[in-house]
Design a protein around this ligand. Sequence first.
Ligand SMILES: C[S@@+](CC[C@H](N)C(=O)[O-])C[C@H]1O[C@@H](n2cnc3c(N)ncnc32)[C@H](O)[C@@H]1O
Length: 302
Amino acid sequence: MTSLIPSSDPWADWVLHGRDGGCRAQARRTRAAVAAHAQRLLTLAELRAGMVLADVGCGEGLLSWQAFAMTGGALHVELNDVSPRLLRRARAFARLQRRSAQCRFAQADATALTHLADASVDVVALRAVLAYVDDKAAALREAWRVLRPGGCLALAEPVFQDAALAVAEWRRAVQFGSSHDPLLPLLLRWQGAQYPSDTAAIARSAICSHNERDLLRLVRRAGFGRLHLELHIDQRPAGSDAWEAFIDRAPHPLAPTLRTILAERFDATERARLVQALRPQVEDGTLEADDRIVFLVARKPG
Ligand SMILES: C[S@@+](CC[C@H](N)C(=O)[O-])C[C@H]1O[C@@H](n2cnc3c(N)ncnc32)[C@H](O)[C@@H]1O
């Protein structure tokens, strides 16, 4: 269970548990979705056999394993992450797939890729990483430095700003009494614990301060050219098969789960009311949420 008390490794907690709520079926769906995103991204990046790929914020290395599958295995991959636990898992996966000799692992921040030499990489890929980095311009400067001329920056990043703006609208409706929906204050307490919900907090937040056009501007400002952006919006059932798994999930690594929020921010009556309203919609799949993913590729001028 995630807590409102910060964990020492929120990234590993979320990737290994909070993303799927401990539900195996949901974990399979997540892996399939990540593989599809990685495939789309590496196709846009024109990754080919013989290249050097940097998988920045690699997590368990799902993007790298997809890259090996796509190229027939003839790659060198540089994997880095800030989470020691996720790096250990990525190393173990590499051993299992007999890819250790083609992989190098480093515990490093996206803003300081000191293990990589200037102009040494063909493709720098970040999948669901830049969204969480405070200093995005610094991460893009590092990508630029390590890319060879003509090399490709490849981003596949979730966009959370719209979710935060929707919660901010709920907050205003509750504050100014413009909604008569008795459930709205409870929905706001739930979603307001997972997303910043006033304009100043949204602007300060690493994960919500930007939308796809802001990313485009940042990449252009970092000096990249030949930009291509695709915004994919997919509306999917927000719930998984089981209520227990749904309340153990969080929409991003920095958010508490609904189970924690119910325990820490609701009294028994409020808890019963929210559960009574949400649970049937989760279980019959009518509660939906938008997945917003930006695919953005750009070249360092050659
Ligand atoms: C949502 S996971 C994505 C993992 C992986 N890229 C994938 O596609 O499965 C976010 C990852 O970013 C890593 N991360 C967060 N902040 C980072 C930073 N400043 N530098 C490098 N990695 C970071 C986390 O440890 C985590 O592995």
